[in-house]
Design a protein around this ligand. Structure first.
Ligand code: ZN
Length: 406
């Protein structure tokens, strides 16, 4: 941390201890005959040379006589033993936490203003900023106790879904204030783990009125053990999802049946894909496949383009590669529809699949694009053999108006 720097101070300030009377005996405090805490501090605005003149109690028998008191003003410039101002530390913390900047980026910004090394940036963040942040958050304890006394805390408990046996992050948030009461990583989702996680809240003598959480197996008994008097409500999104479960199950059945029917009827047609070479679809990168010779250009310029000038070319004007391209796009759309995934309660794949497949088959075909009829008939042929009104699926159509449109 200590590196030799030759900095020219732009400001030189000597602070005096601000207290006038002894905290123990009440007698007047006397300034000492020496200066203390002389150091050069870099702040975001200037290089400062600071020092302070301490005071002590004049009464030799008083406890206050033993101790020289520092100036508060001096202490507010930089942490003890640090030569960087609090504003530098706050800047590093802000850049890192609000803007998600990495140390190297923060350093390259700061180095325009200050003399600082990359390792000092991470040191200031970890050794000064984070403890200061923790102290700052502790100031909210009073507010938490106030809410606890009246009307009582309402806590939400939530955990991020664990991935592959990783520990799970859990958050306890007070909903009336938005304060984070307790966050931490749990290695398991057992009743014991949840009890150990929640118990310190009770030990702070905080009154919990209600708790909102999901219905994790270990969590429910842990909450009734740790907070026996609190009301426990379950998360509404999970409620909705549970209500939709039977519908989602029917929809899943619809999806499977529909997909099977369509594939049976027209599987070989929609699976056929235009290929560069057998087994190779489209290549990119530094070494793509050679471009095939250009097709002979179309002779009639006034019939060119579909849409741009509003003129639809006649069927003869649509070249074979263009036809292939349109039909390939169509088949891909149908294939995509067969792979839709549901997200109950808000997205039911079976219903969407049915609706979009029908829509695909009902696209109006412009004059001259009769070759599209075959491709259009493809999804419809699959759906025709399918009975959406079968008793199993009937309940689903009640849900149909709730499904978001594409
Ligand atoms: Zn005293």
């Amino acid at each position: 941390m200590r590196t030799q720097r030759r900095l020219q101070p732009q400001v030189s300030t000597v602070y005096r201890c601000e207290l006038e009377s002894c905290l123990h005996c009440g007698r007047a405090l006397m300034p000492c005959h020496y200066l203390s805490g002389r150091k050069t501090v870099q702040t975001m605005v200037a290089v400062m040379e600071i020092a302070h003149r301490p005071k002590r109690c004049v009464e030799p028998n008083c406890r206050g006589h033993q101790r020289a008191l520092r100036s508060a003003g001096w202490q507010q410039i930089a942490p003890l033993h640090s030569t960087y101002g609090f504003d530098v530390i706050a800047t590093i913390g802000w850049q890192r936490q609000q803007h998600r900047h990495i140390y190297a980026d923060i350093h390259s910004q700061l180095v325009e203003t200050l003399s600082i090394s990359p390792s000092q940036v991470s040191y200031l963040y970890n050794v000064h900023y984070l403890p200061l942040l923790a102290c700052h958050e502790r100031q909210n304890m009073a507010q938490l106790h106030q809410i606890s006394a009246e009307p009582g805390l309402i806590l939400s408990l939530d955990g991020l879904a664990p991935e592959g046996g990783e520990p799970q992050l859990w958050l306890v948030r007070e909903l009336q204030t938005g304060l984070m009461a307790r966050n931490g990583w749990l290695s398991e989702q057992s009743q014991t783990a949840f009890e150990n996680f929640l118990q310190p809240i009770v030990e702070q003598e905080l009154q919990v009125r209600a708790i909102l959480s999901d219905k994790q197996r270990g969590l429910v008994p842990a909450i009734s053990t740790v907070f026996p008097a609190a009301k426990h409500g379950f998360c509404q999104a999970h409620y909705l999802s549970n209500i939709a479960d039977p519908v989602a199950a029917v929809d899943e059945g619809l999806k499977v049946t529909l997909r099977k029917t369509v594939r049976q009827e027209v599987g070989p047609i929609i699976r056929a894909e235009q290929v560069e070479k057998p087994g190779v679809l489209t290549m990119t990168g530094l070494i793509p496949s050679p471009v095939p010779d250009e097709q002979p250009s179309r002779p009639t310029p006034q019939t060119e383009g579909l849409g741009g000038d509003g003129i639809i070319p006649d069927q003869a004007a649509v070249t074979q590669p263009e036809r292939d391209e349109i039909i390939t796009a169509f088949k891909r759309r149908v294939r995509y529809l067969l792979t839709l995934k549901g997200r109950p309660p808000f997205r039911l794949a079976g219903l969407e699949m049915y609706r979009f497949t029908i829509a695909c088959a009902q696209i109006p075909v412009p004059e001259g694009y009769h070759f599209l009829q075959t491709a259009k008939a493809t999804p419809l042929a699959g759906v025709q053999g399918f009975q959406p009104e079968a008793p199993d699926h009937r309940s689903l159509w009640i849900m149909a108006p709730l499904i978001p449109k594409d």
